[in-house]
Design a protein around this ligand. Structure first.
Ligand SMILES: [Zn+2]
Length: 415
C-alpha cells in the first residue's frame, strides 16, 4: 500500500474527506481489521479513526463483525465494509453483446445478464435495449437494498472524459455518441461513469482480480479488437486527452491489413478475434484440411475462439499454427510495451486468456528475445481472473473507487 500523506493544515472538510477515503481503502484491502490496526496502517491517531469509523458506520458503509482477541490485550472489534451499503450497476456495450452486472457493496452478484447483439443492429436500437436493461437492473437492485451508488458503462472505443461522449468506437462504427448525456436523461440520480472497456477491465482486475496487490499493471484483452489499459501507482493512465492506452492501434506491420480505425497494420489486425477468424477462414477457403473445415464451410459466422482452442487441443495443425501466429505478434507487442512502461504484471483477458495454453509459451519466448533484461526479469504474465466479465467487474470497481474516494451521503437504512 502507498504511504498515506498527512495533512496538518488546510481545508478541514478536505482533510476529513481524504482521511475517510484512506480508511475505506484500507478496509477494502485489509478487512476484517480492528480500529487499532486501521490507525497503524493509515498513520491517523486512534481518536480520529474512531470518530471517522463512527461516521462511516452511521452512513452505513462499515459493519462490525465481532471481537477478536490478540493474546495479551483487550479483545478488539473487527470492522469491514458493509455489503448492504448499496448496490452498483455496471454495463458493457461490446461489439457483439450487451452485459449487465448488479452487485451489492460486497461486491456480491445480485443480477447478471448477457445478450447477444446481432451484427446488423442499429446504434439507437443498441442504446434503447441497454436503457431497458439498466432500468431492469434498478428493479433487481432495489429488491435487495434501497441505495443505488452509481452506474458505469464500458464501451470498446475512445471516450471524452469531460463529456462522456464516445468519440470513436472503430469496431462498433460509432462516432461522437453523447452516451453520458443520454444516460443522464434517465434520471438515475447517482454518478454515471462512461469509460473505455479495457480501462474499466484493468481497474477491475486491480480491485477484484489477477492484479490485486500490484500497482503497475498492463492489461490487454483480445475480443473483436484488441483493448488495453495501464495503471501507474494504482491509477489509470489516461494521457493528455484521456484517450491513452489504445495499444491495439500501434502499427506493427506497416505493409499490413486495413484496420477498422483506417490505418494499416495495427496490432489488432494481427492479434484479435477478427484477425484469428480471418486467417482460419482464408486457409480453409484456399483448400487447407482442418477439423474446423466443416463448421467454417457451413456457417463461418459461427466460428468461436473456444472451437479453435478445442481443435488445437486435438492437434489440428491449422488451429495450432493460427494461435502460434497470434502468440508471436502478441509477444512482439508486449515486449515493446514492457520496454516502454515497465509494468510489474501483464494481465491478458478475453481470447488471450481463453487460448492462454497455446499463446503464453510463444509470448514468453518473444519477451525473452525482445524485451530488455531489466524490463522482463521480474514481470509476471498472467490470465485475467474475470475473463469476458472483466469489463463489467471493472465498472463495479469504477463506482467503488468513486465511493471510496468520496464516501457520499446515502440515506440511512433500517438495519
Ligand atoms: Zn487500428
Amino acid at each position: 500500500m502507498r504511504k498515506p500523506k498527512l495533512y496538518q493544515t488546510g481545508d478541514q472538510a478536505l482533510v476529513r474527506q481524504i482521511n475517510l477515503s484512506l480508511i475505506m481503502n484500507v478496509l477494502r484491502t485489509e478487512s476484517p481489521i480492528s480500529r487499532a490496526s486501521l490507525s497503524q496502517k493509515t498513520e491517523l491517531n486512534k481518536t480520529t479513526v474512531s470518530d471517522l469509523i463512527n461516521e462511516l458506520n452511521e452512513r452505513g458503509f462499515v459493519r462490525e463483525l465481532g471481537m477478536q482477541s490478540s493474546g495479551t490485550g483487550r479483545p478488539a472489534t473487527l470492522l469491514t465494509l458493509n455489503p448492504d451499503a448499496g448496490y452498483i450497476i455496471s454495463c458493457e456495450i461490446a461489439v457483439d453483446y450487451l452485459e449487465i452486472l448488479v452487485t451489492d457493496f460486497g461486491p456480491e452478484v445480485i443480477w447478471q445478464i448477457k445478450e447477444p447483439i446481432p451484427s446488423d443492429t442499429s446504434q439507437p436500437a443498441v442504446i434503447e435495449r441497454m436503457l431497458a436493461l439498466l432500468h431492469q437492473a434498478v428493479e433487481k437492485g432495489l429488491s435487495v437494498t434501497a441505495n443505488l451508488l452509481g452506474v458505469a458503462v464500458g464501451v470498446p472505443g475512445m471516450v471524452d472524459r469531460a463529456t462522456g461522449t464516445v468519440l470513436f468506437a472503430p469496431n462498433l462504427k460509432w462516432r461522437n455518441v453523447p452516451l453520458l448525456a443520454i444516460l443522464e436523461q434517465e434520471n438515475f440520480g447517482v454518478p454515471i461513469f462512461v469509460d473505455n472497456e479495457a480501462n474499466m477491465a484493468a481497474l477491475g482486475e486491480h480491485y477484484f482480480g489477477a492484479a490485486r496487490g500490484y500497482n503497475e499493471i498492463l492489461y490487454l484483452s483480445g475480443n473483436v479488437g484488441l483493448g488495453g489499459g495501464f495503471l501507474r501507482n494504482g491509477q489509470l493512465c489516461r494521457g493528455a486527452n484521456g484517450v491513452a492506452a489504445e495499444y491495439g492501434h500501434m502499427t506493427i506491420d506497416p505493409q499490413g491489413e486495413l484496420c477498422n480505425c483506417g490505418n494499416y497494420g495495427c496490432w489488432e489486425t494481427l492479434v484479435s478475434q477478427n484477425g484469428l477468424y480471418k486467417k482460419i477462414i482464408q486457409a480453409i477457403q484456399a483448400g487447407e484440411v482442418s477439423l474446423l473445415t466443416e463448421k467454417v464451410q457451413a456457417r463461418p459466422e459461427n466460428l468461436s475462439v473456444e472451437m479453435i482452442v478445442e481443435a488445437a487441443q486435438a492437434g489440428d495443425s491449422l488451429a495450432l499454427r493460427s494461435l502460434e501466429d497470434i502468440g508471436h505478434f502478441l509477444g512482439i507487442g508486449i515486449a515493446s510495451l514492457l520496454n516502454a512502461l515497465n509494468p510489474e504484471i501483464v494481465v491478458l483477458g478475453g481470447l488471450l486468456s481463453v487460448a492462454s495454453e497455446f499463446l503464453f509459451p510463444v509470448v514468453n519466448v518473444e519477451i525473452q528475445k525482445r524485451a530488455l533484461l531489466w524490463n522482463r526479469e521480474s514481470v509476471k504474465v498472467v490470465r485475467a481472473a474475470h475473463g469476458s466479465d472483466a469489463c463489467v467487474k471493472g465498472g463495479i470497481a469504477t463506482v467503488y473507487q468513486s465511493v471510496l474516494s468520496q464516501a457520499p451521503e446515502v440515506p440511512l437504512l433500517d438495519r
